[in-house]
Write a new protein. Structure first.
Length: 86
């Protein structure tokens, strides 16, 4: 994962999705924490493990890089993730 400076801003101050844009750093930091928690002993990918354990699907950009978009598939597990990491 890339290390993007916290003061980097790739959006306008009047962006209608400004809160989403501002929360991306938290999301990516949380994913780094999850990566430390993840163990490939279960023979599943990190993305599949996140979906099973925390109830959301990580979206890949061009099939390789993690984007700032995700899809919640299990609300209860996702709430636990948010309370723990965000």
């Amino acid at each position: 994962m890339a290390n993007i400076p916290l003061d980097f801003q790739d959006y306008d101050d009047d962006d209608p999705n400004i809160e989403f844009r501002r929360s991306r750093q938290k999301y990516w930091s949380a994913l780094k924490e999850l990566k430390r928690e993840y163990s490939d002993e279960d023979n599943i990918s990190f993305i599949q493990w996140v979906e099973e354990k925390y109830g959301f699907i990580i979206t890949l950009e061009n099939g390789i890089g993690i984007s700032d978009v995700y899809t919640v598939v299990n609300e209860a597990k996702f709430v636990f993730f948010k309370l723990k990491y965000l």
